[in-house]
Design a protein around this ligand. Structure first.
Ligand SMILES: NC(=O)c1ccc[n+]([C@@H]2O[C@H](COP(=O)([O-])OP(=O)(O)OC[C@H]3O[C@@H](n4cnc5c(N)ncnc54)[C@H](OP(=O)(O)O)[C@@H]3O)[C@@H](O)[C@H]2O)c1
Length: 308
């Protein structure tokens, strides 16, 4: 009895680890089969999240179309992908220069992809421009630029690829959005407006295309730690548990969530800590309280550092 009691805990741990391992392997294989041979377009494949999505989908055997504004960085990404992956199990990615605020360029890109592959299975609308500044200091030209890149660009690309998905009765469109598409915070007027607009568009579209078996998914993180040097990842247990709260989610985690979203055909994902999640509920059910709290925060920030 005594020996059994001593062995119980290690055996239990071993059993749980085994089950976890099997679950992870099955998930990995399932993810792979969900994207294998699929034509996947990723906009702004060179940013923190875009790059991680490219890596994950490439390893999963997708036929990738990597779009971005910078050719040199696209070529660097291409080299990294083809050097690390097994060429017998992956496809060579196609690179495309794409500035989402140039609407005619967006339409040409869609035509180019369809001419090349004949279809698009998954479109990941990831590109966007950030801006932090008081509204009265942002010119209308800049407001327009943000709307072009964050709203008109993604919807133009989506509309150009949608007829093909509808006629094939299959396809998935993923919008990488931000929790600021659900509620606004000060000094982000143009950004939050563009994210609200994009979310509104894709929420409407979801219902419209469901009967054609086209899936629309939105993934909204709060804060992504995009740059390698951003945040100080110290190896402390305390920081490990609170790092998401302090430093934001790592792009790898968001990319894995995008992959899960594709695999499970999820409709809406919020990657938020309890505080922003609670804020979302407060904004919905107690708007006056929410506005008062946000306004208090503004009064404390008399001098806001501008960021673009
Ligand atoms: N970072 C966060 O904390 C955060 C939080 C929640 C949601 N998100 C969302 O996650 C997605 C990816 O964010 P990220 O942080 O990985 O990217 P990021 O670091 O914010 O970089 C933005 C990227 O978009 C590109 N871009 C800007 N304007 C463009 C245009 N007109 N056409 C094509 N590309 C353009 C930029 O290229 P250039 O550098 O050449 O201008 C840059 O590579 C975005 O949709 C963002 O809104 C981010």
């Amino acid at each position: 009895m005594g020996v059994m009691a001593v062995l119980m805990l290690p055996l239990l741990l071993l059993g749980v680890s085994g089950l976890l391992f099997i679950y992870q392997e099955v998930s990995r294989l399932w993810s792979k089969s969900a994207v294998q041979n699929k034509v996947v377009v990723i906009t702004d494949a060179i940013s923190g999240l875009g790059k991680e999505c490219a890596r994950l989908f490439h390893a999963g055997g997708a036929r990738l179309v990597l779009c971005a504004k910078n050719w040199e960085r696209l070529e660097n990404l291409y080299d990294t992908l083809v050097n690390v992956a097994d060429p017998s199990k992956t496809f060579t990615p196609k690179l495309i220069l794409l500035d989402l605020s140039d609407i005619s360029c967006v339409q040409d890109v869609a035509k180019d992809v369809l001419d090349c592959y004949g279809c698009v299975d998954i479109l990941i609308n990831n590109a966007s421009v950030k801006l932090k500044a008081p509204a009265h200091k942002i010119s209308l030209e800049l407001d327009t630029k943000i709307m072009d890149a964050n709203y008109f660009g993604p919807i133009t690309l989506t509309k150009a690829l949608l007829p093909n998905m509808i006629s094939r009765r299959t396809g998935q469109i993923v919008l990488v959005n931000n929790i600021q598409g659900k509620f606004g915070i000060p000094f982000r007027t143009a950004y939050a407006a563009s994210k609200h607009a994009a979310l509104g568009f894709f929420d409407c579209l979801r219902a419209e295309v469901e009967e054609y078996d086209v899936v629309v998914s939105t993934v909204s993180p709060t804060f992504i730690r995009s740059y390698p040097g951003q945040g100080n990842w110290e190896p402390s247990i305390w920081k490990y548990f609170f790092r998401k709260l302090t430093y934001g989610v790592h792009p790898v985690e968001v990319a894995e969530e995008v992959m899960r979203t594709v695999r499970r055909k999820k409709q809406e994902v919020f990657m938020a800590n309890p505080i922003p999640k609670a804020a979302l509920y407060i904004r919905t059910f107690l708007p006056e309280f929410f506005f008062a709290v946000v306004a208090c925060g503004v009064k404390e920030q008399l001098h806001v550092p501008e960021e673009s």
